[in-house]
Design a protein around this ligand. Structure first.
Ligand SMILES: Nc1ncnc2c1ncn2[C@@H]1O[C@H](COP(=O)(O)OP(=O)(O)OP(=O)(O)O)[C@@H](O)[C@H]1O
Ligand SMILES: O=C(O)C1=C[C@@H](O)[C@@H](O)[C@H](O)C1
Length: 312
């Protein structure tokens, strides 16, 4: 069955806004859609009080999705108050240049896209979305693994592209994309409407993380094995080779090896998600400042993005 996702703006009245885990105020807001939502819609909250419905044709009805807008509680991810302050200061500098444009995190499975995206959303006052979760909602299935099993990888990829297309019309989002989103040129067309950041994590670190949490939710890695680390490492190596330079299309590259070297040690497992989020902001800042000229940062950035998208 071929499915495509469509997006419709819903009125503000259809949104229930309540205090989230972070309490009242702008941060920690939970945005849930109310009764007016169509039964077949995926319901997500937009940052400016707007809500969108991402809908899969022929999909089963799904329960409304509550979007937790970058809740508080990441303090445990910071090494120190200094680190938290640096993160905040950098985010304020970058915010000016972003001018509301979305950030897309790309990278292999387990590279920390969701973890880092939530931190970035929190400090930038953006909303966080995970494209895998949006596909699950759009299709009306509880897991990516099940979508692969019941339908196919191609079906999942079609829905993933639809979700990215729909998100690309929005602003002030940080999106953790699926690990394979980079393989379709059309997805780059959508992601290039915002800024893309590649989390480049050594394969052995990825395999260690994945072996620790298991592969049940990652169908491309899910093979029975008595040695989960080696099985994950060998499959990840194959995927990395197949994907070639696809991740390198991103506007900015955050290399965990580089951050560890800057900090004077070679062990990427010592890096906190906050270290990585700070580096992501630095790289975004480098990118936007390199791509701005005297006529202003934003207009120039859009022009240069358009040129680069055409070249893809
Ligand atoms: N810097 C880090 N150091 C150690 N573990 C981490 C780090 N960042 C994330 N993790 C852990 O690695 C696992 C994968 O993280 P996360 O879900 O953020 O990655 P992802 O790129 O979104 O994965 P996927 O694309 O497979 O959904 C989680 O168990 C998370 O807690
Ligand atoms: O790397 C990949 O191809 C994938 C990564 C996950 O995020 C999911 O999107 C899915 O399991 C495929």
């Amino acid at each position: 069955m071929e499915a495509s996702a469509g997006l419709a703006m819903q009125s503000r009245a259809a949104i229930g806004v309540g205090a989230g885990p972070g309490g009242g105020g702008r941060r920690g807001t939970v945005i849930c859609l109310g009764k007016r939502a169509s039964a077949r819609s995926l319901l997500v909250g937009g940052p400016a009080g707007a809500a969108v419905a991402v809908q899969a044709r022929g999909a089963k009805p799904v329960a409304p999705l509550c979007c937790i807008k970058a809740s508080r509680g990441h303090n445990s991810l910071h090494n120190s108050v200094d680190e938290a302050l640096l993160l905040k200061r950098k985010s304020e500098e970058v915010l000016f240049y972003l001018n509301g444009r979305c950030i897309y995190l790309v990278g292999m499975m387990g590279s920390g896209k969701s973890t880092v995206a939530k931190i970035l959303a929190e400090v930038l006052g953006y909303s966080f979305f995970d494209s895998d979760k949006l596909v699950e909602q759009a299709v009306g299935m509880p897991s990516v693994a099940q979508i692969f099993k019941v339908h196919s990888e191609a079906f999942f990829r079609d829905n993933e592209s639809s979700v990215l297309r729909d998100l690309s019309s929005m602003r002030r989002l940080v999106v953790a994309t699926g690990g394979g989103a980079v393989i379709r040129p059309a997805n780059w067309k959508y992601m290039k409407k915002g800024l893309s950041v590649w989390l480049d994590v050594p394969l052995d670190a990825l395999a260690r993380r994945i072996a620790q949490v298991g592969t049940a939710s990652r169908p491309l890695l899910d093979q029975p094995s008595s040695d989960p680390y080696t099985a994950a490492f060998s499959k990840l190596s194959m995927l990395a080779e197949q994907r070639g330079d696809a991740y390198a299309n991103a506007d900015a590259r955050v290399s965990l090896e580089e951050i560890a070297a800057k900090q004077g040690h070679g062990d990427v497992s010592k890096l906190t998600p906050t270290d990585i989020a700070i580096e992501a902001l630095l790289k975004i800042e480098n990118f936007v400042t390199e791509h701005s000229t005297s006529s202003g940062p934003v207009g120039d950035l859009v022009d240069s993005q358009n040129r680069r998208t055409k070249a893809l």
